[in-house]
Design a protein around this ligand. Structure first.
Ligand code: NAD
Ligand code: LMR
Length: 356
């Protein structure tokens, strides 16, 4: 007796569990249906995460699978992405998940994407600066951005890999070389600095962090992280001691986590939270929502430097408006000069890595 088509489907469904996840992607009828659902115009955006199996990548992938704005989620890594993909694909949320393993699958992972989030690269250990990661992460970011230039040149890119102050200029140079650079679409992720600033300022003020707004400008390393405490909302004032304490804590938040993790890595969970908050803002902008404003490290004319973090308005084409810094007090003006000096060197290092 021939099995009914319903029985065939049941068998296909069971056998899909027996094959490695990347084979499931290619061959099972279950996945073919999911692919059809994705192709059939399910509303939402196509998002790729590069470095999806890492400390940030895994919780970030899980949280993006929950995001209702995502219809297709591509998880790429050089190790372990089949396992992470199989695991996350069982979540009963709308996004269709596909896994990609290793360089030969990079192009498939990137083709057709609207947003690419990059947490690929090595993290710090105690005693290291973010710049100590340059030698390894610069090459990783270059390769991934070459893939983006080739396969999804119109995608918005959220770059997390450190040192952000240099990796964003590296990405810009790769895109310029390929003739695809659109400054609006390249966004360095500094959201964790804002998340920390809101948390620490709210502690001092005795408020819920969700009620607090703190612009953090400059860059993403040490003194280049410049919280503008004079612009905190709701309006408030701080004593010089509070200003010193808050500025230091925000600038050294990453090191606080690196030391607490004692050699096992840097911030991953709070970073995944921050990355999802920022990616969600980018997707709402792409959808055409009005008034989506977040801080990001972007190509900028706000200072004399070619890149700078400040508030940006996210729209259908990326960072459509970059806001000026607004009035700074004396403490912030001194901080800005220090930040610019270090930033200039980090930006130059990134640019010369590609131009040399
Ligand atoms: N921007 C920020 O605020 C911020 C915050 C935290 C961490 N970071 C940075 O994010 C990066 C990742 O941190 P983590 O804790 O997730 O590290 P991790 O080592 O846990 O994970 C990194 C992942 O990247 C993958 N990877 C390495 N080379 C790759 C390549 N060529 N292509 C694709 N994937 C590749 C690894 O296999 C690994 O799964 C680090 O550089 C870290 O400093 C940035
Ligand atoms: O501090 C690090 O090395 C990771 C990250 O940049 C952070 O701010 O937590």
């Amino acid at each position: 007796m021939q099995p009914s088509s319903e029985a065939n489907q049941r068998i296909a469904r069971i056998s899909a569990h027996l094959y490695p996840p990347n084979l499931q992607m290619e061959e099972s009828s279950v996945l073919r249906r999911a692919n059809c659902r994705a192709k059939g115009g399910a509303p939402g955006f196509k998002v790729a995460i590069l470095g999806a199996a890492g400390g940030i990548g895994q919780p970030l992938s899980m949280l993006m699978k929950i995001n209702p704005l995502v219809s297709v989620l591509h998880l790429y890594d050089v190790v372990n992405s089949p396992g992470v993909t199989a695991d996350i694909s069982h979540m009963d949320t709308g996004a269709v998940v596909r896994g990609f393993l290793g360089q030969p699958q990079l192009e498939s992972a990137l083709t057709g994407m609207d947003l690419v989030i990059i947490p690929a690269g090595v993290p710090r250990k105690p005693g290291m600066t973010r710049d100590d990661l340059f030698n390894i992460n610069a090459g990783i970011v270059r390769t991934l951005c070459e893939g983006i230039a080739k396969c999804c040149p119109k995608a918005v890119v959220n770059l997390i890999s450190n040192p952000v102050n240099s990796t964003v200029p590296i990405a810009a140079e790769v895109f310029k070389k390929a003739g695809t650079f659109d400054p609006k679409r390249l966004l360095g992720v500094t959201m964790l600095d804002v998340v920390r600033a809101k948390t620490f300022v709210a502690e001092v003020l005795g408020l819920d962090p969700r009620e607090v707004d703190v612009p953090v400008v400059g860059g993403h390393a040490g003194v280049t992280i410049l919280p503008l405490l004079s612009q905190v909302k709701p309006p408030c004032s701080f004593t010089p001691q509070e200003t010193e304490y808050l500025t230091n804590r925000i600038q050294n938040g990453g090191t606080e986590v690196v030391e607490a993790k004692a050699g096992t890595g840097s911030a991953t969970l709070s970073m995944a939270y921050a990355a999802v908050k920022f990616a969600d803002a980018c997707l709402r902008g792409l959808r055409g929502d009005a008034g989506v404003v977040e801080c990001s490290f972007v190509a900028s004319e706000v200072t004399e430097l070619p890149f700078f973090a400040s508030k940006v308005r996210l729209g259908r084409t990326g960072a459509e408006e970059i806001f000026q810094l607004g009035p700074l007090n004396e403490y912030e003006r001194v901080g800005l000069e220090k930040a610019k000096k270090e930033l200039a060197a980090s930006i130059a290092k990134g640019i010369s890595f590609i131009r040399k």
